[in-house]
Unconditional design. Structure first.
Length: 396
C-alpha cells in the first residue's frame, strides 16, 4: 500500500482553540475600552454634580446665616415667611432635580426677606475718607511795610542819639562898606531814640512740630507777620511815652495848604508841594486802603475818572502823583502821610526779626511743650520832622 500526503491542514481541537482565544481577547479589549470610557464619563458627571451640590450647600448656608441675622428671622415655625432658609431649601422639590442631574440651577423664592426695605449704602454709612489739602491757609500778610520807605541801618547800641539843628536869621546884602553884615544863629537840641523790643510768642507741642514740618513753617510766618503789624503801628503812631516808639505820624507837621472845594486828589497833591516847600522831595505816601480807593474812584460831574493811577512793581504798589504808595490799615480810613522819608528819618535795627524755640518756660520741659518766640529790636530817629506832612481827607 502506498501512503498519500494531504496538503490541506487538518482541523484539530487544538487549532480551533487557538483561533477562538484570539477572538475573545479582541472582544475583551474592545469591551474594556468601552467600559473605561463609560467610567470616565460617569466620573466626570459625578464630579460636576458634587461641585454643583457643594455650591448649592454654600449658597444655602449663606442664605441661612442672613436669615438668622435679620430681625425676627428663623424664630417662628408657624409662618413660612419665618422659616429658616435651609429648611425652605430642603423642603423644595427642586433639590431632587439637582440630585438627578435634571437641572443645573435651583431658584427658590423666600418670602419675608424684605430686601427692598433696606436703605441704600451711601458715603455717610461708609465714612469715605476725604482728600487732605496739605497747605495751611491763614490770614495774608501785608505786601509792603512802612520800613520799605525808610533808610535802615544796623546798630549795637541800646539807644540812638542825634542832634536837631535850627537856625535864626538869614544872609543879606551888605548895605555899605564897613557896615555890619547879617548874622545867623544856630541852635542844637540833643535827641535820643531808645531801642524798643517788639515780641510775640506761642506755645506748641514738640510732637506737633516734629510730625508736621508745614505747621512749623506756618507758625513762623504768622509770628513774623504779627511783628510787622505792630511794627507798622509803632513806626507810624507810636506816641513816644513809656516803652513806645516816637512815630512818624506823631512827629510830622500838619497839612496846611487846604483850599475850599479840593478833592482828595487835590489835597494829596498840595501835601506833596508842602514837602517840596520844606526843601524835600516826596519819596512816599502812606495811606489806608479805603483812602486809596477814594483817590482812584474820584470822578468829575460827567462820571469820568479824574486821574489814572499806575502800578509800578510786582508788589502791586500804586504811584500817586508820581510818588510810591504804601497801603496800611495802621492809619485811619481818612488819614494820609506824605514825606521825604529818605531824609526825614532813620530806622536802626538792633536785632532783626528772629524766631526762637525753647523749652525753658514754666513746666514746658516736663509737658513736652515748646515756646516759639518772634522778636525784633529797633529804634526810630526822626531827624527832619518838617519833611513829613500828615492830614485827612474831609470827604471820607
Amino acid at each position: 500500500m502506498k501512503n498519500h500526503t494531504n496538503s490541506t491542514p487538518l482541523l484539530t481541537k487544538s487549532g480551533m482553540q487557538a483561533g477562538d482565544d484570539n477572538d475573545v481577547a479582541a472582544a475583551i479589549t474592545t469591551f474594556s475600552k468601552a467600559a473605561n470610557a463609560r467610567i470616565d464619563t460617569t466620573d466626570s458627571k459625578v464630579k460636576s454634580l458634587t461641585e454643583l451640590v457643594s455650591g448649592v450647600k454654600a449658597e444655602v448656608m449663606e442664605l441661612a446665616q442672613k436669615a438668622v441675622r435679620r430681625p425676627g428671622g428663623g424664630n417662628s415655625s408657624d409662618d413660612e415667611s419665618t422659616d429658616s432658609v435651609s429648611s425652605i431649601v430642603l423642603k423644595s422639590d427642586g433639590l431632587d432635580l439637582i440630585r438627578a442631574d435634571a437641572v443645573k440651577n435651583l431658584r427658590i423664592s423666600v418670602k419675608g426677606f424684605g430686601l427692598g426695605q433696606k436703605a441704600a449704602v451711601t458715603n455717610t454709612d461708609t465714612h469715605a475718607r476725604a482728600e487732605r489739602d496739605t497747605e495751611i491757609y491763614g490770614p495774608l500778610g501785608r505786601r509792603t511795610a512802612v520800613r520799605d520807605l525808610l533808610v535802615t541801618r544796623p546798630t549795637t547800641a541800646p539807644s540812638i542819639e542825634y542832634l536837631l539843628g535850627t537856625r535864626t536869621g538869614s544872609a543879606a546884602i551888605q548895605a555899605a562898606e564897613g557896615d555890619q553884615k547879617a548874622e545867623m544863629a544856630l541852635a542844637f537840641e540833643l535827641k535820643q531814640a531808645p531801642v524798643r523790643t517788639i515780641a510775640v510768642w506761642i506755645p506748641a507741642s514738640r510732637q506737633a512740630l516734629d510730625d508736621e514740618a508745614l505747621l512749623a513753617d506756618y507758625i513762623d510766618t504768622e509770628l513774623r507777620d504779627a511783628l510787622q503789624l505792630t511794627e507798622d503801628a509803632q513806626l507810624l503812631k507810636g506816641n513816644g511815652t513809656g516803652v513806645n516808639i516816637n512815630g512818624l505820624w506823631t512827629q510830622a507837621v500838619a497839612y496846611s495848604r487846604a483850599v475850599v472845594g479840593d478833592s482828595p486828589s487835590d489835597t494829596l497833591r498840595r501835601a506833596i508841594t508842602q514837602v517840596q516847600l520844606a526843601r524835600g522831595v516826596a519819596t512816599g505816601v502812606v495811606i489806608n486802603p479805603i483812602g486809596l480807593e477814594l483817590l482812584e474812584l474820584d470822578k468829575d460831574n460827567e462820571g469820568r475818572y479824574q486821574l489814572a493811577y499806575t502800578v509800578t512793581d510786582a508788589d502791586g504798589r500804586t504811584s500817586v502823583w508820581r510818588v510810591p504808595v504804601v497801603v496800611t490799615d495802621a492809619l485811619a480810613a481818612n488819614e494820609f502821610l506824605v514825606g521825604d522819608f529818605s531824609r526825614a528819618a532813620r530806622l536802626y535795627d538792633r536785632q532783626q526779626a528772629t524766631v526762637e524755640i525753647a523749652t525753658q518756660h514754666a513746666d514746658f520741659f516736663t509737658r513736652n511743650l515748646v515756646a516759639i518766640l518772634a522778636e525784633e529790636r529797633l529804634a526810630l530817629a526822626v531827624n527832619r520832622p518838617d519833611m513829613l506832612v500828615k492830614g485827612t481827607f474831609t470827604t471820607v
